[in-house]
Structure formats: C-alpha cells, structure tokens
Design a binder for this molecule. Structure first.
Ligand code: DX5
Ligand code: ZN
Length: 223
C-alpha cells in the first residue's frame, strides 16, 4: 500500500494558538502542514497572512503547503514564499482564463517552490486536462472553500479517480491532495481512489488524542 501523507489544516485553530498547535501536530505525526489563507474576497472569511506564516515556519520542521483562497494569488505568492511556503496552491477559479492560470503557475514556480492548482466542488475536473502537465499537485476541494467542519462531498471521489487515471495514462507525476470533510471513516476510500495527501482540519483539531486520529487517518491501523 502506498504511503498516504496527512496534512492537518490550520483553519480550525485560533491564530493566537497556531504555533503551539503546529508544534503539537509535528509531535503527533503529521507529515506536513496545510495553511489555509483566506482574504475575505475570494471567500467570505479572512484568516491570516504571511507574517503569521513566518511564525508557523519557525515553529516546525515540517513542510508548509499554502492554500491561497485569495482573489489575486500571484500578487501575494512571493510574500508567502519569502516567509516559509514550500508549496503554493492557487485556485483555478481565481483566473479569468487558462492562459493567465498557466502564466501564474510558471511565475510562481520561478520563485523556487512547487505549485498546485485547486478546484472547487462545482468545477468539473476536466477543465484541468490541459493544465496537468504544468503542476506539481492538484488539490481537489471536497467541500466549498471557506470553512472547516463541513461534510465531505462524495462526488469528489470521481474527480480523484479521474485524475489518478489521467496521470498514469499521460505519464505525469503531479500529486493528488484532497481537502475538506476528511476523517478516519472516509479516509480509506479517498486514499484508494488515488489521493496522495489528505488534508484534515476539524477531525484532527477536535480529537482528544491527536496522535491517535492522525494514525487512524493514515491507515496505519489497517496494515
Ligand atoms: C476549507 C479549507 C480546508 C478546511 C479543512 O476552506 O481549505 O482546509 O479547513 O477542514 P475540515 O477537515 O474540517 O473540512
Ligand atoms: Zn485548504
């Protein structure tokens, strides 16, 4: 069985507790940290910015995935890279057309980080067909972006399976990350569908034993 990576999301945690939480996640066995950045425009809520990311960076050796739910991701990407992002994830829906999306991917890659593209639940996965060769990762949103604690949208499994088939057929090596509503019950089917990285916010944040829940989502109990 392939190794699934667990990326706890920072979203459910209050900003003042973030560095403590991230340290705890590292000790609890997280593989990387998924940093949810919202600007109050692309999605209604605002979270934190690159200055807070700098503190997160100092508190952990884990890699930081930065999920930019913002209106103009290219304008801010360099600040997030400067302050600690290892991978920048931008939204397909943040661009008026594919030419500008590919331009953004290439511009962010030049900053020296990996780049991922995210798609919202209502966006058909096929829109990414011509984009897949440019990205290091696809983030399948399995809830509407903007809020942790929502229910996993089952149709996301079809998108994951499609992407998994496509990368084999086309010999591509992008990773498939899935974000939203993931817990220890639905993690196995998401992993089997082809996901490489599972993001989990509230299931981990609300667990009494965070190391145990990370282990369960990881599937260690099954092998
Ligand atoms: C949603 C965020 C997710 C979310 C995950 O806008 O991108 O990362 O916070 O949280 P859960 O696992 O609670 O859905
Ligand atoms: Zn996210």
């Amino acid at each position: 069985m392939k190794n699934i990576l667990i990326a706890p999301s920072t979203d459910p945690c209050a900003v003042k507790d973030l560095t403590k939480y991230v340290k705890e996640l590292e000790e609890a066995g997280a593989d990387l940290i998924h940093c949810d950045i919202m600007d109050g425009k692309f999605v209604p809520r605002r979270t934190y910015d690159y200055m807070i990311l700098a503190f997160i960076k100092k508190s952990t050796k884990l890699k930081l995935d930065v999920h930019l739910m913002v209106q103009n991701p290219v304008n801010v990407a360099k600040d997030y890279v400067r302050y600690g992002a290892d991978r920048i994830i931008i939204h397909y829906e943040a661009f008026p057309d594919k030419i500008q999306l590919v331009g953004a991917i290439q511009a962010i890659k030049k900053l020296g980080v990996e780049v991922g593209v995210a798609i919202n639940p209502k966006t058909p996965v096929k829109v990414l067909d011509s984009i897949l060769k440019y990205v290091d990762l696809v983030l399948v949103m399995s809830v509407e972006p903007g809020q942790s604690g929502q229910k996993f949208i089952k149709d996301s499994l079809i998108k994951i399976a499609y992407l998994n088939k496509k990368r084999v057929e086309e010999g591509l090596d992008f990773l498939i990350e899935v974000d939203g509503g993931i817990n220890s019950i639905n993690a196995p089917i998401i992993a089997v569908s082809g996901a490489d990285i599972l993001v989990s916010g509230s299931a981990i944040y609300n667990a009494e034993d965070r190391a145990a829940i990370i282990k369960e989502i990881h599937g260690d109990a099954l092998v």
